[in-house]
Design a protein around this ligand. Structure first.
Ligand code: SAH
Ligand code: SF4
Length: 377
């Protein structure tokens, strides 16, 4: 028997195509999307406005299967983390960060990452595999429906999540097809109805796929720049050797030009005595030139075995002042969440869930840092 399709990962057009393929009516896709994403339904039998014959047809060809929750953690300040165990045994994560006026969900796009940035824990673990579109949107589905069931809404609203950032594990622009399907569902009113401005793709600079993103979707873009010169960036973000800073900034200019009022977020991790001097700040302002951008300084989250240290508060503040004087809106990412585990994308040694001892260890990692400004709007 042919493998059944997991409908969770299909965007509107993909679902319509699937329905036509099984001999059903394409317009039914709208009802299905609502059942799956608005209502959180996983059983076709419960979809009472669909005919029995159609439900049977669906059950024959399709499933609705969210990713398996491995563990969840909650910190005192409301920050919550979901660890999912995906096919093949990898653990991936999603982090929910509530704030007074918004609630951001940080999700993963790959198990591990192949790009090997030297300051990133995910990068240090190597690459396991791309997540499927149902595993990507499945993180949103799970968190959304769990919080909805708990009646955890934004103040004065019925919304559960206002922002999604692709800043968990992996490089979203190395897994474009699956990421794009998931993004479509996030911004579709029949899916999660998120504002395009409040859905952010963060990339270390896969230049051709920045253009691909711009052709496919109109979401916000964040660039993990982290260094103002190629010499330094080649070390911190090795993909820079393939797509150097000038090419990257040009791609950003094209991205900005495509939509009115677009502003790109420049992420810059603050590494003590590596990229955090006043000279680096001046070089950064120069490199950005007239790019419509705002800068987010990220205090480095150290991890065991990492060769870097976090910049001092003074160095970060001076860096910010120089950039502000040069005319760039520059924020410093606050750290929050404490006793639950790990900042987005920086969990240790869990690509393969090798032992239960390791899983217990993961649950206990003291995490002092979960970034609150992962919402970038
Ligand atoms: N691969 C994508 C998205 C995931 S990483 C990217 O690189 O943009 C999300 C953000 O966390 C990136 O800006 C990344 O550079 C940053 N990051 C990774 N490791 C970090 C660490 N140890 N401390 C602080 N920020 C880190
Ligand atoms: Fe991959 Fe992003 Fe980590 Fe670099 S910073 S290794 S691109 S997840």
């Amino acid at each position: 028997m042919q493998e059944r399709v997991n409908l969770l990962g299909l965007s509107g057009p993909q679902l319509r195509e699937f329905l036509v393929g099984i001999g059903a009516q394409a317009y039914r896709a709208d009802q299905l999307l609502k059942w799956i994403h608005h209502e959180g339904m996983t059983s076709f039998d419960d979809m009472h406005n669909l005919s029995k014959i159609f439900r049977q047809q669906l059950a024959e060809h399709a499933v609705i299967e969210p990713p398996v929750i491995h563990e969840t953690h909650k910190s005192k300040d409301g920050t919550r983390k979901w660890l999912f165990k995906v096919a093949g045994g990898s653990l991936i994560e999603a982090v929910y960060i509530p704030e007074p006026t918004r609630a951001t969900l940080c999700i993963s796009s790959q198990a591990g990452c192949s790009l090997n940035c030297t300051f990133c824990h995910t990068g240090k673990q190597g690459f396991h595999r791309d997540l499927t579109s149902h595993e990507i949107i499945g993180q949103v589905w799970t968190v959304y429906h769990q919080l909805k069931a708990e009646k955890v809404f934004l103040p004065g609203a019925t919304r559960v999540i206002s922002n999604v950032v692709m800043m968990g594990m992996g490089e979203p622009l190395m897994n474009t097809d699956n990421v794009f399907s998931a993004l479509h569902i996030m911004i579709d009113d029949l899916g999660y109805g998120l504002s395009k401005k409040r859905v952010t793709v963060s990339t270390s600079g896969v230049v051709p796929n920045i253009d691909k993103l711009s052709d496919a979707l109109d979401v916000s873009l964040a660039i993990s720049l982290h260094a103002p010169t190629d010499e330094l960036r080649n070390i911190l973000v090795p993909i820079n050797k393939k797509y150097p800073i000038k090419m990257l900034i040009e791609a950003c200019q094209r991205y900005v030009a495509k939509q009115k009022n677009r502003v790109i977020t420049i992420e810059y991790v603050m590494l003590k005595n590596i990229n955090d001097t006043p000279l680096h700040a001046k070089q950064l302002a120069k490199v950005l030139g007239n790019l419509a951008s705002k800068i987010n300084l990220i205090p480095f989250n150290p991890f065991k075995g990492s060769e870097y240290e976090r910049s001092t508060d003074e160095a970060i503040m001076l860096f910010q002042t120089i950039l502000m004087k040069a005319g760039y809106i520059t924020t410093i990412r606050k750290t929050r969440g404490d006793e639950i585990a790990a900042a987005c994308g920086q969990l240790a040694g869990q690509i393969k869930d090798r032992t239960s001892r390791q899983a217990r260890f993961l649950a206990k990692i003291p995490v002092s840092e979960i970034a609150s400004s992962r919402d970038l709007s």
